[in-house]
Design a protein around this ligand. Structure first.
Ligand code: FES
Length: 100
C-alpha cells in the first residue's frame, strides 16, 4: 500500500491506491484544511510535495488554475483534495489548522 508522510509533523500513514491526500489526512486526523470540502474551490488544502511527485495523479487544468491563486505556490505545489496517491509520497502542509 502507498504511504503518505505529512510534514512538518512527520507522520506517515498507509493509503489506499487512489485516495486523495486529503482523504488520507482526514482518515488519520491530520490537520489539513479543506474549507471547500474538497471540491477544488479554495486553496486551504495546499501542500508542497517533497518527494514522490510522480506517484501522484497528474494535475488537471482546474487544479492548476486554482493553485495559481494560492499563497506561496511552487513547482511542487498540489491541492491535497485533487492529488490522488499511487505510491509513496512526502508532502508538506501549507495551511495547518483544524478546518474540519
Ligand atoms: S479543499 Fe478546497 S481546494 Fe482542496
Amino acid at each position: 500500500m502507498p504511504k503518505v508522510t505529512f510534514m512538518p509533523m512527520n507522520l506517515t500513514f498507509e493509503a489506499q491506491d487512489g485516495d486523495s491526500l486529503l482523504d488520507v489526512a482526514i482518515a488519520n486526523d491530520v490537520p489539513l484544511q479543506h474549507a471547500c470540502g474538497g471540491f477544488c474551490a479554495c486553496t486551504t488544502c495546499h501542500v508542497i510535495v517533497k518527494s514522490g511527485d510522480e506517484k501522484l495523479s497528474p494535475m488537471e487544468d482546474e487544479e492548476e488554475e486554482r493553485l495559481d491563486r494560492a499563497a506561496g505556490v511552487t513547482l511542487h505545489s498540489r491541492l491535497g483534495c485533487q492529488a490522488k496517491v499511487h505510491g509513496d509520497t512526502i508532502v508538506e502542509i501549507q495551511n495547518e489548522g483544524f478546518g474540519h
